[in-house]
Ligand binder design. Structure first.
Ligand code: C5P
Length: 215
């Protein structure tokens, strides 16, 4: 596995990592994988089929049917989808099925930007540049609340903050691929940053990582 052209952007929900990953993709002309969508799709499709999120075998069967081109669907961007995603993401066999798909994406000739929780630790440990994006839970809750209410969901800021705390605990407490910065990831706290400032800080981190690798 090479990965020199790969940029990994990990971190908790609503930390700004999705926006940062998309911006880096545009800047460097790289394809971007939002790996959270894979878990969201498994959770939502399983629920639609009447399945139980705790049923690992049923979740694995759904994961095997996923096609990357079918992921761009608003159904997967709701509050409920995020919760369902984190519940199917605890199943080791679901993660195993999704591993190949993610590694194939990372192996594209020119490189790729990978956005998720375990991109720098599990999916592409050899990535040339790794970021771990964080922000205070209150800041993340407000961002997510604005996004969801903008999409028409009726939900309070307090409910979103509670969701975020539950999700953080589940994602970092699970036995397989827990959410954690890779030892060689650079931490970027976006709590006090505008989108432009965060994008600029991310670009500088990537450029510093690439300069270190240059022969
Ligand atoms: O990033 P997003 O909020 O879309 O992720 C939804 C959920 O999917 C996360 O809370 C996490 O449980 C799971 N996930 C994961 N590994 C990834 C990406 C997402 O476990 N690489």
């Amino acid at each position: 596995m090479s990965g020199a052209g790969v940029i990994t952007v990990d971190g908790p929900a609503a930390s700004g990592k999705g926006t940062i990953a998309a911006g880096l993709g545009r800047l460097y002309g790289l394809p971007v994988l939002d790996s959270g969508l894979l878990y969201r799709a498994v959770g939502v499709l399983l629920q639609q089929a009447g399945g139980d999120l705790g049923d690992e075998a049923a979740a694995v069967a759904v994961a095997r049917t996923l096609r990357p081109e079918a992921l761009d669907n608003d159904l997967f961007r709701t509050r409920g989808a995020g919760e369902a995603a984190s519940r199917v993401a605890v199943h080791p066999q679901v993660r195993q099925v999704l591993l190949t798909l993610q590694r194939d994406f990372a192996a594209q000739p020119g490189g790729a930007v990978l956005d998720g929780r375990d991109m720098g630790t599990v999916i592409c440990p050899t990535a040339g540049a790794k970021l771990y994006v964080t922000a205070r839970p209150e800041v993340r809750a407000e961002r997510r609340w604005r996004q969801l209410t903008g999409q028409g969901e009726a939900v309070s800021l307090e409910e979103i903050l509670a969701d975020i705390r539950v999700r953080d605990a589940r994602d970092s407490g699970r036995a397989t691929a827990p959410m954690a910065p890779a030892p060689d990831a650079v931490l970027l706290d976006t709590s006090e940053m505008t989108i432009d400032q965060a994008a600029d800080a991310a670009r500088r981190i990537v450029e510093a990582a690439r300069a270190r690798q240059a022969p």
